[in-house]
Design a binder for this molecule. Structure first.
Ligand code: WT7
Length: 630
């Protein structure tokens, strides 16, 4: 696929993409390996919603990631793996080796009875086998559902059960900085309540010798022994489901976002090449975990579709010290580096002594994703990491969008700190007001919607198409609603201001307030709770919980710690609140709705100026909460 090389070209491509989207995308799709070409580029109706791209086409995405490159790139490093411990050797896996290993593992899955359409859950550390397992699922048409390995047993079980996964692929444990975490015992608890799981394939990573349940649990290394490395890829329809990825929304139940094959594939490579301006033998490093969409699209699919070298990192930014990222960049001569603002802020706080020992002269492009980046962090990243010569691409997108939507093209689009800048050709954003009316012109602010389909957009919520319609397509009929607030400045540049719904963005991870409240409310001495986000210097947003307890002895540190245990058990440590405040009442309207606007203000330190509180059932409650703080 050709990339855009100048701003003039960008503008003309954008124009073409709006005037004739079908022609535009058909052109982009040409360079892939198709078993059959499409009959129709796009068929859509946002009312249902229905979105179908490249209908009639047949293909396999793993073939496009691997087989397609074997002629010219067989020996090129596909995965460059850097382990958690710097003393362990890095691994270079070439395209031909990756092809072999994916094919072999595909045969393993087949031998366990996995067939096209089956759902497979993955719960693994950041090791090459995770990428191999993902691609093997895709190769045989199984739908992968990767669950971030930081989630609790209950969260894992909920996700497995929601889509009745047949198989779980996991590991005995993982290395995270100085810690060794046992995953298998968590899996064992989860699987007690997962009747659909027939087998768990366990990769040995930490030599922990876990208990293996007879007939159910199988070792990865034993399964692959002697298995053929020839596996013809299953031919898929363009709209066959490729994967499910769970993400939080405004209710307690996470949504299984479904992406389909052809559209996701085309957009993953297209966005990767253009935003990062990948060329030649560049080494690309996206630090995201594969448990999130960023890892799916820009550790695995985007780079491999483009025949790139993708660096996969098992560890954490602060181990053995806060210079690890920079050490790895020098060690592997990384050219393009993509990370989250929260990591930048955390490393900035550790001081320049951790940056100074490194040259960082291989870097050409820097990127950020996951949350708004503040001016200070942007400047620090630009100056101390990019040495003022690397463009920073601030990329706005979501689990539901599949790929980067609003982002500069590196070195091509004029940059503005804190702005995701302009939409990619093919993407038609718009701002709407509270009544859903489109806001025209520049120098305006509103809710961000997308008014025309793009290839990698969400197709449905697994098992709940109605909810997909309600959440994304009914608030602003005829448009996809993102849930984000946004400014469009005088030059037409976009700046995302944050969520406008009950979702908190903690360190670039989405957490639903309702999910945390549900977890807190399971504590036997909790009557009610309300959770909001508040500005946090490193994490972007922190979690603040207001809790009413029925304990006759009143609030105590013990209940606090038990509540935290409850949250870790229901969701995982990522959802731990920064603050738990016990209160006697919550600000509610006469209809019983909690006024979160007020709680958000209190959580961010505001002591007065709560705006109009006349609709509250008991306006006194607000002052009581503020007073109980001191
Ligand atoms: C939400 C999506 C897809 C990337 C990983 C997060 C926020 C994402 C930016 C950005 C400001 C951003 C939005 C969005 N977000 N990127 N560059 N600037 N905000 O994926 O978990 O689906 O979260 O992250 O609020 O809606 P996600």
């Amino acid at each position: 696929m050709q990339k855009i090389n100048s701003f003039e070209e960008f503008q003309s491509e954008y124009k073409k993409s709006v005037e004739n989207p079908e022609k535009f995308w058909a052109e982009k799709a040409k360079s892939f390996l198709w078993k059959r070409l499409w009959d129709k580029v796009l068929d859509w109706d946002f009312e249902e919603p229905k979105v179908k791209w490249f209908e009639g086409a047949k293909l396999n995405i793993s073939e496009n990631c691997l087989d397609r490159h074997l002629e010219s790139l067989a020996d090129k490093t596909a995965i460059l793996w850097e382990p958690n411990h710097p003393s362990e050797e890095a691994k270079h896996i070439s395209y031909s080796e990756l092809h072999t290993r994916v094919s072999r593992f595909s045969n393993v899955l087949k031998s366990l009875g996995v067939v096209k359409g089956d759902r497979i859950a993955l719960y693994m550390p950041m090791v090459p086998e995770l990428t191999i397992a993902v691609l093997a699922c895709a190769r045989i048409g199984a739908i992968h559902s990767v669950v971030f390995a930081g989630f609790s047993a209950k969260a894992l079980a909920d996700r497995i059960n929601d889509s009745s996964c047949k198989l779980l692929i996991t590991a005995d444990g993982s290395y995270r900085g100085a810690k060794t975490l046992d995953l298998k015992p968590i899996v064992d608890i989860a699987l007690e309540s997962c009747p659909s799981i027939e087998h768990a394939i366990v990769l040995e990573r930490i030599s922990s010798k876990p208990t293996m349940k007879a007939h159910r649990d199988l070792w990865w290394h034993e399964l692959i022994e002697g298995v053929s490395s020839v596996c013809e890829a299953t031919i898929m329809d363009a709209e066959d489901e490729l994967f499910i990825l769970y993400t939080s929304g405004s209710t307690g139940k996470p949504k299984g976002v479904v992406h389909s094959t052809a559209g996701y594939m085309v957009y993953a490579e297209y966005s990767f090449r253009n935003v990062f301006q990948y060329e030649g033998n560049d080494v690309f490093w996206c630090t995201a975990d594969i448990g999130w969409i960023t890892g799916h699209s820009y550790v695995i699919y985007g780079p491999l579709l483009a025949g790139a070298t993708t660096l996969m990192f098992e560890g954490i930014p602060t181990f053995p010290d806060a210079g690890r990222f920079w050490e790895v960049i020098d060690k592997h001569q990384v050219n393009i580096f993509y990370t989250a603002p929260t990591a930048i802020r955390a490393l900035e706080a550790c001081g320049l002594d951790f940056v100074k020992p490194y040259k960082l002269d291989s870097l050409k492009v820097l990127g950020t994703v996951g949350e708004p980046i503040n001016e200070e962090a942007w400047q620090w990243y630009h100056k101390h990491i990019g040495k003022e010569k690397c463009p920073i691409v601030d990329t706005w997108w979501q689990t539901e969008t599949g790929g980067m939507m609003i982002a500069p093209l590196a070195g091509i689009t004029q940059l503005k700190p804190m702005y995701a800048t302009l939409p990619l050709p093919g993407i038609q954003p718009c701002l709407v007001d509270a009544e859903g009316k489109e806001i025209i012109g520049n120098g305006v602010e509103g809710n961000l919607c997308i008014k025309y389909p793009w290839p990698s957009m969400i197709r449905t919520i697994y098992g709940d198409h109605k909810r997909c319609n309600e959440v994304y397509f009914s608030t602003n009929p005829g448009k996809y609603f993102t849930g984000d607030g946004c400014k469009r400045d005088e030059d037409g540049f976009y700046r995302i201001t944050g969520r406008v719904d009950d979702v908190i963005n903690v360190s670039g991870h989405r957490i639903g307030t309702a999910e945390v409240e549900d977890a807190i409310n399971t504590h036997r001495l909790v009557v009610e709770s309300a959770v909001v986000g508040f500005p946090h210097p490193i994490k972007g947003q922190g979690i603040y919980a207001f809790v009413i307890t029925s304990d006759l002895n009143g609030p105590s540190e013990l209940i606090k710690s038990e509540i935290i245990v409850e949250i870790c058990g229901h969701i995982g440590a990522i959802a731990k609140p920064e603050q738990i405040q016990f209160v006697n009442g919550l600000p509610k309207t006469r209809s019983g709705k909690i006024m979160r606007r007020i709680l958000r203000k209190i959580a961010s330190g505001e002591k007065e100026n709560f705006g109009d509180t006349t609709t509250l059932l008991d306006p006194e409650v607000v002052q009581q909460i503020v007073k109980s703080l001191n």
